[in-house]
Design a protein around this ligand. Structure first.
Ligand SMILES: Cc1ncc(COP(=O)(O)O)c(C=O)c1O
Length: 447
């Protein structure tokens, strides 16, 4: 059996995350990896690839960063998971709260899904309401039923769950106003990522790749969402799983000048070690506490491995490195050069109308279009396939401190060749250039 067959024989989906699955990669991508170092991953056959997946965006300094590893190993040597809270646990909590002074308390977990779901539970307990509102275009908040039930992959999820998750449009405040009007007194919280590929402005900003410049704060979309939540008594939750530790050490909330009621973090906190956090206003978080005599209890996050010290050691050291090396500044600068470089090469190859790199410097995106200008999975696959041929694994674009000048050169060299194939495929059809099936969306009803 080959690697893929062995993976699928042992693990449903062949991986522990759908976005790590075969159906997300061109067929020439390495099916299994042996290790990573810096910005590179190595496959089982000893081939090395420059990586832009970076552990699903969790690794922001680079793989096997020695400083972070040393801190984690030091924590492991102290027992790793003790019977009562550890000194490291308290230090990690206080360090996180120092980064986000608006938040009074924090609860750690191992996965982002755990903390976003905990935010929903807390909001429901706090408000006594049932419904949750999230933007329709934002792809993922948790693997739990309250969210997955709202996707096309809703098999196994009772309709009762699905009915409680409502969708509005990002940057369209009227769509959220409508939800509040249609479900009076029922919406417990509004959860959203502060930004994805465009900035939060439903007002006058024309450059949606820059922080909103509206002088009137009320025009900024996030501020309008917050005000709407306050008006209707709903909890305002920012999911900073991707933006946190990437837009800024203090989150996208600092970039956009906004303070939520609750916020969730995960990727990027601990350079790939398993750590996620729910931070929030004391009044809400304290519902999960045990000191308010006689208060009805809320079973907030409670996990055996939530106290794992290696992740706390890694987190504390990661924050130190962010401070000493201006990590987020590096991400923004590298990403802008990457976006400009890719778009210049696309123009040079005559495919500018069909391939576009865009988004924020710290979090670029690329969009592949077919000859008719339609967004195209086959063309996206072709691009990724040709980049793999050039030694670059680019399922999406996650940057790290380890991506430097040499890596940018390598990427643009591979891209120049990839664009030549892209241009040919626009002429004679993409199928003849693809060596395997096109990638497919994760959230589809059927395999
Ligand atoms: C915005 C967002 N929220 C939550 C999650 C869930 O995090 P995890 O995979 O750690 O459970 C993800 C994961 O991709 C995410 O992108």
């Amino acid at each position: 059996m080959n690697w893929s067959d062995r993976l699928h024989a042992a693990i449903p989906g062949g991986a522990h995350t759908y976005s790590r699955g075969d159906d997300q990669y061109p067929s020439n991508a390495p099916p299994i990896l042996s290790h990573g170092r810096g910005a590179y991953v190595h496959d089982a056959d000893g081939r090395r690839f420059l990586d832009y997946g970076m552990g699903l965006r969790a690794v922001t300094l680079g793989y096997a960063d020695e400083r972070v590893n040393a801190a984690a190993i030091d924590a492991i040597a102290r027992g790793n998971n003790l019977t009562r809270p550890s000194l490291l646990e308290l230090e990690a909590a206080e360090r996180l709260l120092a980064l986000f002074p608006w938040a009074g308390m924090v609860k750690f977990a191992k996965n982002g899904s755990t903390v976003t779901t905990a935010a929903v539970k807390l909001a429901r307990a706090y408000t006594g309401r049932t419904h949750v509102a999230v933007p329709a275009g934002q792809p993922f908040f948790t693997y739990d039923d309250w969210f997955i039930g709202s996707t096309p992959m809703d098999r196994g999820i009772p309709a009762e769950h699905k009915a409680l998750t409502l969708k509005f449009e990002y940057n369209d405040i009227a769509s959220l106003e409508r939800l509040f009007a249609e479900h009076p007194g029922r919406i417990a919280c509004v959860m959203l990522e502060p930004a994805t590929a465009v900035a939060p402005c439903g007002g006058g900003c024309t450059d949606l790749l820059a922080p909103c410049r509206c002088t009137d704060r009320r025009a900024n979309f996030l501020h309008r969402v917050k005000a709407l939540c306050a008006e209707h008594g709903a909890v305002f939750v920012l999911d900073e799983m991707i933006t946190g530790f990437r837009w800024d050490l203090h989150g996208a909330m600092k970039v956009y000048g906004i303070e939520p009621d609750l916020a969730t973090f995960g990727k990027g906190m601990a350079n790939g070690f398993a750590l996620a956090a729910l931070a929030g206003r004391r009044e809400i978080m304290e519902l999960g506490g045990i000191r308010d005599q006689g208060a009805e209890r809320v079973f907030l996050i409670s996990t055996t491995h939530g106290s794992e010290m290696s992740a706390f050691g890694a987190f504390i050291r990661t924050v130190d490195v962010y401070r000493s090396e201006d990590v987020t500044g590096h991400l923004w600068r590298y990403g802008r050069r990457l976006i400009e470089g890719l778009n210049a090469l696309a123009a040079e190859a005559g495919v500018a109308g069909h391939f576009e790199a865009h988004g924020f410097g710290c979090s670029p995106y690329y969009t592949a279009r077919d000859a008719d200008g339609r967004v195209s999975m086959p063309f996206r696959t072709l691009w990724a396939q040709e980049m793999v041929r050039g030694g670059v694994l680019m399922p999406w674009v996650a940057l790290s401190l380890a991506h430097g000048d040499a890596e940018l050169d390598l990427t643009l060299t591979a891209a120049r060749k990839a664009f030549a194939v892209y241009a040919a495929a626009l002429q004679d059809g993409v199928e003849s250039h693809l060596v395997g099936p096109p990638v497919k969306p994760v959230f589809r009803k059927y395999n």
